[in-house]
Design a protein. Structure first.
Length: 339
């Protein structure tokens, strides 16, 4: 088990950490401000799975002359005098610079995702417009946040260590499989919702290679649909059978997206389901939005497959995985993530 004292200090060491892996989660940026509240730069904190990063960037017209930084899981581990005033010269991260516009620190990460850190950053900054003054335009600036109790013009801010795992979105989104949309209606299930909220007409595919369903009964008669994935081949109205798995999965996803956009009771999330991204690196649609995947599926059903997209059978699997990701709004299988 790790030493809690070491965890508290976060191992922000003078030695740099050589880590070229990408940052995970969402970086946090706060302004770097002087005593009078002027923004002299920006401090951005982020982390990979193995390192914490601090990037201090000066505003136009300003330079950084030296930077000091410290962090920990409590205010007590940030170097302070006995009187409780922060001591930047004792901060473990130190950079003596000469009129630079950016400073980067990267140090080993020894705490787990979800840990809240307190971060203090102080920089001597120079306003180039005041270089002729007695102080050469230099003054201290702190990353904006909560004032230290004994020195109000010195501040610290909080940052939560980010995870490389997608945020659990169960309960925020709802999807249904094609078998669920096409099952027997009973109070509270997907077919019952479909009958009560059917929008009038739903079309999959494109132009002369498409299928339109004008009622909930037509959808219930059609789903689920199995068979080889490919173009529909001709315009069809309320088909009962197409023997086309991609058609069934695409109709199921189309219904889900329609209700996701129209009814907050169906899906309470603020970000639409169609904006979520495929988060599985093994998927041929990795990084694509749900809306983009649906567009590719309709193009394929319409006989106009994207030449740079996946073949029909792999596209069908992707749509199927989307339909399975948030079944009944109770689970999140991690196939999708926030943009």
């Amino acid at each position: 088990m790790r030493n809690p004292a070491l965890l508290a200090v976060l191992a922000i060491l003078p030695a740099a950490c050589d880590d070229s892996s990408p940052s995970v989660g969402t970086p946090l940026s706060v302004p770097l401000v002087t005593r009078d509240g002027t923004q002299a730069g920006t401090v951005t904190v982020s982390n990979s799975t193995s390192s914490l990063r601090l990037d201090i960037v000066a505003q136009d017209g300003w330079t950084l002359e030296k930077v000091r930084a410290a962090a920990g899981t409590s205010l007590a581990v940030i170097p302070q005098s006995k009187a409780g005033q922060p001591q930047p010269e004792s901060f473990p991260l130190r950079s003596k610079t000469e009129s630079v516009t950016s400073v980067h620190f990267a140090v080993p990460l020894t705490v787990e995702p979800g840990t809240e850190l307190l971060v203090a950053v102080m920089a001597e900054v120079r306003d180039k417009a005041k270089e002729t003054q007695n102080d050469c335009g230099m003054e201290p600036a702190w990353a904006a946040g909560t004032p230290f109790p004994k020195k109000p013009d010195a501040m610290y801010f909080t940052y939560v260590i980010q995870s490389n795992k997608p945020q659990d979105l169960s309960g925020m989104y709802r999807t249904q499989t094609q078998s669920q949309w096409g099952g027997a209606s009973s109070p509270g299930n997907a077919p019952a919702y479909l009958v009560a909220h059917y929008p009038g007409a739903v079309t999959i595919g494109m132009g002369p290679s498409s299928a339109t369903f004008t009622s909930a009964d037509a959808v219930l008669a059609f789903l689920p649909s199995g068979g080889p994935s490919g173009p529909i081949g001709s315009p069809m109205l309320n088909p009962v059978m197409l023997n086309n798995s991609l058609a069934g999965e695409t109709l199921a996803l189309t219904l889900t997206l329609l209700f996701d956009n129209a009814d907050k009771a169906f899906s309470p999330a603020v970000t639409p389901l169609g904006s979520l991204l495929v988060a599985d690196p093994a998927s041929p649609c990795f990084g694509r939005s749900v809306n983009e995947v649906l567009d590719m599926a309709n193009m394929t059903l319409g006989g106009m497959a994207d030449p740079f997209g996946p073949p029909a059978d792999l596209l069908m699997i992707t749509v199927q995985q989307i339909n399975n990701n948030f079944v009944d709004g109770l689970v999140d299988h991690g196939f999708l993530g926030l943009p």
